[in-house]
Design a protein around this ligand. Structure first.
Ligand code: 5GP
Ligand code: ZN
Length: 135
C-alpha cells in the first residue's frame, strides 16, 4: 500500500515534527490553514475514524489536549479548532487517519462555519430512532 502518511509517520519521509512517541507523530501541516496548523497521526495505518481502534481513539484526544496546550502557550493563539475529516465529501484528501489542530487568530481566513438550520420534529425522531438503535 502506498500511503504518504505511513511513510511520514514512520520516518521514511522527513516532516516538521513537533512530537513523536511509539504510536503517534505530530507534525506541521505542509499546507497550513493558519500559523501552527498541526496534524496528529497514528504510526499504524487506519484510513479513517471508523477503522481506528478504541484504544488509539481515546489516546489521540489526550495527545490533542497536550498539543493544544503547547500551541496555545507557544503561539499565543486566540482560538483553536480540532477537525477530523472522513470521506472525500467531508474534505478528506489523505486516507490515513489524522486529527487537525488549527490555531485561530483575529482576522484569519479559516472557514469552518456553517449557516445553522433548524432541527425539524420529524428529523429528530427518525435520527434518534435509527442511531440510538446502534449505540
Ligand atoms: P485532509 O484533507 O485529509 O483532512 O487533510 C490532509 C492534510 O494533510 C492537508 O491539510 C494537507 O495540507 C496535509 N498534507 C498533505 N500531504 C502532506 C505532506 O506530505 N506533509 C504534510 N506535513 N502535510 C501534508
Ligand atoms: Zn497510512
Amino acid at each position: 500500500m502506498d500511503c504518504i502518511f505511513c511513510k511520514i509517520a514512520n520516518g521514511e519521509i522527513p516532516s516538521a515534527t513537533l512530537y513523536e512517541d511509539e504510536d503517534f507523530r505530530v507534525m506541521l501541516d505542509i499546507g497550513p490553514a493558519s500559523f501552527g496548523h498541526a496534524l496528529i497521526l497514528p504510526k499504524k495505518h487506519y484510513a479513517d475514524i471508523y477503522e481506528l481502534p478504541d484504544e488509539l481513539a481515546s489516546r489521540v484526544m489526550v495527545l490533542a489536549k497536550k498539543v493544544a496546550g503547547a500551541l496555545k502557550q507557544a503561539l499565543k493563539l486566540e482560538g483553536l479548532n480540532l477537525l477530523q475529516n472522513n470521506g472525500s465529501l467531508a474534505g478528506q484528501t489523505v486516507y490515513h487517519f489524522h486529527l487537525h489542530l488549527i490555531p485561530r487568530y483575529q482576522g484569519d481566513e479559516v472557514g469552518l462555519t456553517w449557516k445553522p438550520g433548524e432541527l425539524q420534529d420529524k428529523d429528530r425522531e427518525v435520527i434518534i430512532e435509527k442511531v440510538t438503535a446502534l449505540l
